[in-house]
Design a protein around this ligand. Sequence first.
Ligand SMILES: Cc1cc2nc3c(=O)[nH]c(=O)nc-3n(C[C@H](O)[C@H](O)[C@H](O)COP(=O)(O)OP(=O)(O)OC[C@H]3O[C@@H](n4cnc5c(N)ncnc54)[C@H](O)[C@@H]3O)c2cc1C
Length: 507
Amino acid sequence: MIVRGRERRRDLRLDVDAAVVGSGAGGAMMARELSARGLRVALLEMGGHHRPADFTAVEADMLEELFQERGARATRDLSVRVLQGRGVGGSTVHNTCLCKRAPAELLARWKREHAVSGASPAELDPAYAATEQELGVRELGPDDLNRNNALFRRGVEALGYRGGFLHHNRAGCRGAGYCELGCPFDAKQNALKVLVPAALEHGAWVVSDARVERVETRRGRARGVSGSLLDALGRPHARFEVDARVVCLAASAVGSAALHARSGLPDPSGLAGTTLRLHPGGVVAGLFDEEVVGWRGVPQSYECTEFLSFAEDAAKRRVWLVPVFAHPIGTAVQLSGFGAAHGELMRRYRHVAAVTAMVHDTTRGRVRVEASGRIRIDYWPNHDDRAQLALGLREGARILLAAGARRVLVPFEPDPLWIDDAAGLAAIDAAAIRRHRLPLTAVHPMGTLPLGDDPARAVVDSRGEHHAVGGLFVCDGSLFPTSLGVPPQLSIYSFARHLAPHVAAAC
Ligand SMILES: Cc1cc2nc3c(=O)[nH]c(=O)nc-3n(C[C@H](O)[C@H](O)[C@H](O)COP(=O)(O)OP(=O)(O)OC[C@H]3O[C@@H](n4cnc5c(N)ncnc54)[C@H](O)[C@@H]3O)c2cc1C
């Protein structure tokens, strides 16, 4: 049953086996898995419930409708922009469909250093394999490369770096290039298209515009959630209460940690909300004589993993390189300067190819809730992560030059750094990565309610259940005890699937 909170002005009360908070990768998978087992499920989502026709590809409108804080979520000091989804399907609605399993070396480290059990590659394989099949994950090929990605590949190959095609969960893609604004052609095999309809078929309640404000507990056990139904402008206009035997937090690494704090839940390890990882990323842009028209086609189809390793001795190679492209508003906020100089750069938009360097970070950020109720994110990459960022930007620039870029721009503020040849690359070093001097963006928040069997070092156990609150589970990106180093959605979907039998057993 679908309830659109923005259209309902009356209070709502539900009595279910499981209340799932947030309908992104983790929440939609959990809701589908539990409802398929015959359990009564309420999937509660603070954003709207959209259809493909609602995805108008108008950037300003979609930022407002599909992203947290209208696309303006950022760390408190505004040094890192944090892009996250809001709406049924969560961040899977506007992500770029990259799918990668968690590296085996990383899972081994989680077992060794974080007491995570039951999550070896072999133990996770059934969940990964089933998710890949269900979401139609396949490896892309040369025909899927747009010009931006083809130039990147040319540079990677010219330098002899390790690169390869990415795997995606898209089918029937028309290459329109509006992935980050929601797919009007419904080609994404994501939570909104695949899992939420399946949960509905199994009898789940899907309540949109329903902001959960509190996890209710009694005698140390979760017993439900409560919150506000929001109108189309996001203002509360009715209340809801859901009684449940089990509550699953899937409101994202930021949203779940905030709800944990807001609800005043016990936190024996003191870790809740204090281990935020972001995969912070910076961008370099190459100016080409030819037209690149990077906004057309599949945005990200090829990767460079030359500087990313998960081996024990790989601390110095923690940066992943991939082409990136933004629509005009996104590009404008990334570019340096103002006025005429900024306008001049924007006029070259058709000729730009861009690369992002994303760090497999070790920094611990924080998610808190201010007295006003507003979410506060504190994060600034530590020295080692800034060094990795500098390495990535240098190598991204080198790749663009090798691909034939006339010049490469590093969008430092207030004045960009222009690099004309390899000799100029040394100017990008860790010291140059300073707050507000280089715009950073994060699209992979994770790790705020980490799992592990030692209650002193983890918030939830390896089955996803809270160490101090019975019947409270976590099933989103908050779970990861370190940053993942690869795009997280496939692991989030698959962990939720993997943990679902434990949640079902607790209902
Ligand atoms: C632009 C962009 C591109 C990306 N591209 C990729 C990619 O190609 N591959 C990849 O692996 N990852 C990608 N990601 C990241 C990926 O989409 C996320 O890591 C993943 O969706 C996170 O899953 P989640 O379940 O933790 O949270 P989300 O998918 O973010 O879902 C959380 C949901 O909870 C809701 N919520 C929050 N608070 C509350 C509350 N109090 N009450 C009710 N509901 C609440 C939110 O509105 C949201 O819908 C991208 C992200 C962005 C922003």
